[in-house]
Design a protein around this ligand. Structure first.
Ligand code: ZN
Length: 328
């Protein structure tokens, strides 16, 4: 009996790096995480070829061979047709990705089944099965990073919608005439509460002379402001920086309220870099939920940080490959 049934590969395609690792589903742990720069300007064919090479490297580094791997799960940052293995729209990767048969290309290169999944849905699935979502059957997950992704599990199922497009919580519209968003819409949560949005608000505060702390941290150059810098300024007591997080937390709380009114989860999981600032953003989000929602019970809802950190996408994609195999 081969040990081929317990190993899967999880892949995370990011704008900056491609990451791949072997997932030991029995031991519930990642082996041999490997990464290379995405270099998406080289085009989709080059990226997919490098990705296939990276997957082979991860398998070799784990001391395994390809035929010991049951399936590969690939998390991609955008819209897909997962059943057909086709990419529809990757807003953060340059190059022409529309209609690219990524699943077929990788299956041909590796000779193993390949399952595509949106990266935020992969993270949601990973947190549910192995992280902060263990033990509950209805949850929502948001990743607050450069952008904001999401996913929902309801009554023990990752909700999928049409082609896995259900769960774009970060693009819920919170301002009717709001700022334009990378998705092509306007007024999305992402333009008010992502790391990019926090950094932009910090830069604006410097230009308008509202924060000496931030101005000093950025050495008088608004283009150098990062979300981490705004968090540090807020933690050191800077009122302007605190107000930036208060505002982002309010918008986040509004979106969580809308999610609660739709699926009333036991738990809301917040991951990504911005969730790392903790109470700066959790406190106003919790307060908004309690103040605004009355028609659904909210006292039981836990708003908690994600547990799997940077590995959530890898674990989720691998776990998805496992569950997809089981369902098929
Ligand atoms: Zn949007």
């Amino acid at each position: 009996m081969s040990t081929g049934t317990r190993y899967f590969v999880g892949v995370d395609v990011g704008g900056t790096n491609l990451r791949a690792a072997v997932w030991d589903a029995d031991a519930e742990r990642l082996l041999a995480v490997q990464y290379v720069p995405t270099l998406s300007h080289a085009g989709h064919a080059a990226v997919l070829a490098r990705l296939a090479g990276l997957i082979r490297e991860a398998i070799a580094a784990a001391g395994l061979t390809l035929d010991q791997v049951r399936a590969v799960g690939v998390g991609l940052p955008g819209r897909l047709r997962p059943a057909e293995g086709v990419v529809e729209f990757l807003p953060n990767l340059v190059g022409h990705w529309v209609g690219v048969q990524a699943g077929e290309v990788l299956t041909a290169a590796l000779g193993r089944p390949v399952h595509l999944i949106n990266d935020a849905r992969a993270m949601t699935f990973g947190e549910w099965k192995y992280g902060a979502g263990r033990g509950v059957d209805t949850l929502a997950c948001l990743t607050l990073g450069t952008g904001i992704g999401g996913g929902v599990v309801v009554n023990g199922q990752l909700l999928w919608g049409v082609n896995g497009t259900l769960g774009e919580i970060g693009h819920q519209i919170v301002e009717a005439d709001g700022l334009p968003c990378t998705c092509g819409g306007r007024g999305c949560l992402e333009v008010y509460a992502s790391g990019t949005a926090i950094a932009a608000a910090g830069a604006r505060a410097i230009r308008e002379g509202r924060s000496a702390t931030l101005r000093d941290m950025a050495e008088d150059d608004p283009t150098r402001v990062t979300a981490d810098m705004v968090a540090r300024a807020a933690q050191s007591g800077d009122a302007t920086a605190q107000a930036i997080f208060e505002r982002a937390g309010l918008y986040l709380g509004i979106v969580i309220s809308n999610v609660v009114l739709t699926i009333n989860p036991q738990r809301v999981i917040l991951g990504g870099g911005m969730a790392g600032v903790g109470e700066l953003i959790f406190a106003p989000a919790r307060r908004t939920l309690r103040e605004r929602v009355h028609l659904a019970p909210v006292d039981h809802i836990e708003i908690v940080p994600a547990q799997l950190g940077a590995d959530a996408g890898l674990i989720g994609a691998a776990a998805w490959a496992k569950w997809s195999g089981i369902r098929a």
